[in-house]
Design a protein around this ligand. Structure first.
Ligand SMILES: Cc1cc2nc3c(=O)[nH]c(=O)nc-3n(C[C@H](O)[C@H](O)[C@H](O)COP(=O)(O)OP(=O)(O)OC[C@H]3O[C@@H](n4cnc5c(N)ncnc54)[C@H](O)[C@@H]3O)c2cc1C
Length: 468
């Protein structure tokens, strides 16, 4: 029997047994699948959407760090989806202060056609040898007597499907349903996950009649209430991704109406045409303390791999996919899919961006407790390049001259400055602690206990309610 006949026979019976099952054809799933397939392993990606709809994902379409994306999918393959590479700075509109701050953004930045990009990463993973099963909604997981995850069950157009594999990669996005079903038993997998650690966000693709003046900028504006912002990201001079989001600790915002109101107030949007509307939740929290369990690895949004101050998650998802893919290969080759073997994946995530995102989460926590007008007044008085550094690195130090200048300009906000200064110290402590992330699951409990003590100090300093 040929491989093709074997596969058709297998799926007709509703069963398929690849080496690895990846759930979700998003960025994390595609990069994981491409990495594993390149090494010659049999990998199947299950996607609930149709082939046509796959890759159509709610997003602001801003892609940071595209110059250093993992190579499992060649950059040349995704580049045609980069519709605006002229963006090089953030434009922060602060209506309360009648001020606009222009802040440079370090690293390569692009605004993309997200659906086109979504299709191209699927194509990239398929070229590497991954097989895609569309219209396939994963509904449960299989676990053996030891608790190891051995596969998933799904339905495809009403028909039951079973997939058994050495490893399941959970790339199913925010609040992944798979994690509701896995019995994590005694494993270290992070289950301290709550909807209030997420942001609810909504975006529209809007066509305007005349080119916008801020074609080379990502435009941000605070929402009227705390812990949220509006964005205007130009895909082209006349095609704009506009959206907004709020942290789910807050009273729910009426996203569609609030966006409409803001659009009405902007003359450049007079006579604009809306083409596409989508909304979703995104994690604005620290990365999972551990995203591995025997036979199971979570990647991207499913493991909280998003910058909690900007909401940017595409680059983190791509790298999580690469690291999980490489660890999957090592696990399969050694015949060990236990936590100890998969642990290196956690370490690589923490090393690369996890520690930084955990430190930035401290500012996200602060934003839920601080008065928005006060914060905006202070931002308006701060040196822009230093703000940019703080936004992306999780820590910054400003020289004494600038400190004094900023201080004089920001009279009236000194209480907030003191609060920010103390918060920065707490963020630095967290960053420092994450640099000592344990090298095996055995060290996690002690490491978490110390981290939780540091978090107590964060809540004390910021006056925010505990987030975890
Ligand atoms: C409104 C909004 C704006 C954003 N703006 C930006 C931005 O400008 N820049 C940026 O970098 N990031 C942004 N993000 C975050 C970014 O979109 C995510 O971090 C990124 O898409 C995560 O990729 P992922 O592969 O982990 O998950 P996803 O891209 O969400 O992919 C998950 C996939 O799993 C599939 N799936 C889910 N459940 C199942 C199931 N049960 N069975 C089968 N398939 C399933 C889904 O259909 C989907 O295809 C934004 C997010 C939102 C919501």
């Amino acid at each position: 029997m040929s491989l093709q006949e074997e596969f058709v026979g297998a799926t007709l019976e509703g069963r398929r047994d690849p080496d690895v099952v990846v759930v979700g054809a998003g960025t994390a799933g595609c990069y994981a699948a491409a990495t594993i397939a390149h090494a010659g392993y049999d990998v199947v990606v299950l996607e609930r959407k149709s082939e046509e709809e796959a890759g159509h994902i709610a997003c602001g379409d801003a892609l940071k760090g595209a110059d250093a994306f993992p190579e499992a999918i060649p950059k040349a393959q995704i580049e045609p989806a980069f519709t605006n590479t002229a963006v090089d700075h953030g434009r922060f509109e602060i209506p309360q202060e009648d001020t606009v701050l222009e802040i440079p953004v370090p690293g390569e930045l692009a605004v993309i056609d997200r659906w086109e990009y979504g299709k191209r990463i699927i194509e990239g993973a398929a070229d590497a040898g991954a097989e895609f099963h569309y219209d396939t909604v994963v509904q449960n997981v299989l676990q053996d007597d030891t608790g190891r995850v051995t596969g998933v069950t799904a339905t495809c157009r009403g028909e039951p499907r079973t997939y058994e594999a050495d490893l399941v990669v959970d790339g199913a996005g925010s609040l992944s349903i798979l994690q509701d079903y896995v019995d994590f038993g005694d494993s270290t997998f992070d289950t301290n996950v709550n909807y209030s650690q997420f942001c609810s966000a909504y975006r529209e693709i809007v066509h305007v009649e005349e080119p916008v003046e801020w074609y080379d900028a990502l435009v941000f504006k605070p929402t009227e209430r705390a812990a949220g912002y509006l964005w205007y990201f130009p895909r082209t001079e006349t095609e704009i991704n506009v959206g907004l989001g709020f942290q789910m600790t807050e009273r729910p915002m009426k996203l569609v109406e609030d966006l409409k109101r803001d659009l009405r107030e902007r003359p450049e949007f007079a006579g604009a045409r809306v083409e596409d509307k989508l909304g979703a939740a995104l994690p604005t929290r620290r990365p999972y303390d551990s995203a591995v369990h025997p036979g199971f690895v979570a990647v991207g949004d499913a493991a909280g791999h998003v910058n909690p101050t900007t909401g940017g998650g595409i680059a983190g998802a791509a790298y999580a996919g690469k690291y999980a893919g490489e660890q999957a290969i090592e696990a399969i080759e050694s015949g060990q899919v236990d936590e100890e073997t998969l642990w290196r994946y956690n370490e690589r995530v923490m090393d690369h961006y996890g520690a930084r995102y955990a430190a930035l989460d401290v500012y996200n926590i602060l934003s839920t407790a601080i008065d928005v007008d006060d914060l905006m007044g202070l931002l308006a008085a701060m040196p822009g390049d230093k703000l940019a550094e703080a936004l992306y690195s999780g820590s910054t130090d400003i020289g004494w001259k600038l400190k004094i200048e900023a201080l004089l300009k920001s009279r009236g906000h000194w209480g907030t400055i003191w609060n920010m200064y103390q918060t920065k110290r707490r963020a630095d402590e967290i960053l420092d602690h994450y640099e000592r992330y344990p090298s095996s699951p055995d060290g996690l409990t002690d490491w978490q206990a110390e981290r939780d003590e540091l978090m107590e100090r964060v809540y004390e300093t910021t006056g925010a309610d505990p987030k975890y």
